[in-house]
Design a protein around this ligand. Structure first.
Ligand code: SF4
Ligand code: SF4
Length: 383
């Protein structure tokens, strides 16, 4: 019995574990190793704080649509404790004299503060962080506080930050060109559009490991598989460079050598120069504004909604919602990219008509891919 008591529970493999439990009975084992087991559960429990800035909650909705595993299975299997999630918690927040009143059970503002104070959590950020007006952050408020202030506290104590969706990663629609963009000054966690020097972490002088799950919304599998890889220790959070591209997107989901165009179900039409000019046809959507040839993501392989469908398959041109700089880079959505003169004079019609469509179009798309993004956005494929 003494020998069993002194067994190293933490380093026991499953076979030995079952043998010991079988030999002395489960309840005796639990009694002997009660504190070890409690410690093990404590250690394996991963806390997640999920905060929302300027966004539409589409990424949380996307997460709730996850199919295999679904969100409940994922939380149970990964032993995750979602300590705080703005839209999944019952909404509470009583203020007296400008201060949150009550306890953490009664008031989610206090719960959030306590969870941040405890530290040791993965911070998931959905939504952009307002820096405006004039660096105050007052264009996005959490109760009585700015989201910028909440983000600063939450980011400072996190072990890892996972930014989900285009708003949190690169600013998204909040950072799109407009007359008020400079005033509102929305930032992504580590970038504003493609500019890392304008990310909110840089603005605040905070250094933390960041993973960007791009997409508008982010695919549920991309979020859950990334969380699983981190929680199960499959990736070293202190050495993320080998698994991320220069925009901090996981290479496995955003492959630099492939675009949506490479695996698009409509690709055969493209190669034969057969293009739809009106919606609801069967052919290639290039002339309706498809940006699939410039978009590095695995949508056409993984597909969406339980791997049933994806944009181009369903008849909607890809609007490049996974590329940094979205949506300015993808706009205007339903206008042929050639109209923006990004193909440097190559005419898709002519290319198709003269019967060298496949080769010429391929070269044109390759050229377009180079020109599509900002000049300082050096081509990732060369990495
Ligand atoms: S241009 Fe768009 S619709 Fe056409 S084959 Fe490429 S990805 Fe598919
Ligand atoms: S196909 Fe294009 S628009 Fe659709 S989800 Fe993928 S990247 Fe976004």
């Amino acid at each position: 019995m003494e020998e069993i008591e002194n067994l190293d529970f933490f380093n026991m493999d499953r076979r030995s574990f079952l043998k010991v439990v079988g030999a002395i009975g489960a309840s005796a084992f639990l009694g002997l190793h009660h504190s070890d087991i409690s410690r093990a559960l404590e250690l394996s429990k991963t806390k997640i704080i999920w905060v929302h800035g300027a966004e539409c909650t589409g990424c949380s909705e996307s997460l709730l649509d996850a199919g295999n595993p679904d969100i409940v299975q994922a939380i149970q299997k990964l032993n995750v404790d979602v300590v705080y999630h703005e839209t999944l918690l019952a909404q509470q927040g009583i203020f007296v004299d400008g201060k949150p009143a009550g306890t953490s059970e009664m008031n989610s503002e206090i719960l959030l503060d306590e969870a941040i104070e405890e530290g040791d959590y993965i911070l998931v950020v959905e939504g952009a962080v307002a820096n405006g007006p004039d660096g105050t952050g007052k264009y996005c408020m959490y109760g009585e506080r700015t989201f910028k202030e909440i983000f600063k506290k939450a980011a400072s104590n996190a072990t890892l930050i996972m930014a989900v969706g285009m708003c949190a990663t690169y600013g998204g629609i909040n950072s799109a060109d407009s007359d008020i963009a400079d005033l509102t000054d929305f930032r992504g966690v580590a970038f504003q559009k493609v500019n890392p020097s304008k990310g909110m972490l840089t603005e605040l002088g905070i250094e933390k490991p960041v993973i960007n799950i791009a997409g508008c919304p982010a695919h549920p599998d991309w979020m859950l598989l990334t969380l699983a890889a981190v929680i199960l220790g499959k990736v070293d959070v202190n050495d993320l460079d080998p698994i991320l591209d220069r925009y901090k997107r996981p290479l496995v989901f955003f492959p630099q050598g492939n675009t949506i165009h490479d695996n698009c179900p409509r690709r055969g039409y493209y190669d034969r120069g057969i293009f739809d000019t009106e919606f609801s046809g069967d052919a290639c959507l290039w002339k309706l504004g498809c940006k699939g040839p410039y978009t590095h993501s695995e949508c056409a392989l993984r597909r969406w909604n339980g791997s049933v469908n994806m944009c181009t398959q369903a008849g909607s041109p890809c609007i490049s919602c996974c590329e940094p700089g979205f949506f300015d880079n993808g706009a205007p959505f339903y206008v042929e990219a050639e109209d923006k003169a990004i193909l440097s004079g190559v005419n898709m019609d002519t290319a198709a008509k003269v019967g060298v469509a496949a080769a010429t179009v391929g070269v044109a798309a390759h050229a377009a891919r180079r020109i599509f993004f900002n000049k300082d956005d050096k081509k990732e494929e060369e990495k």
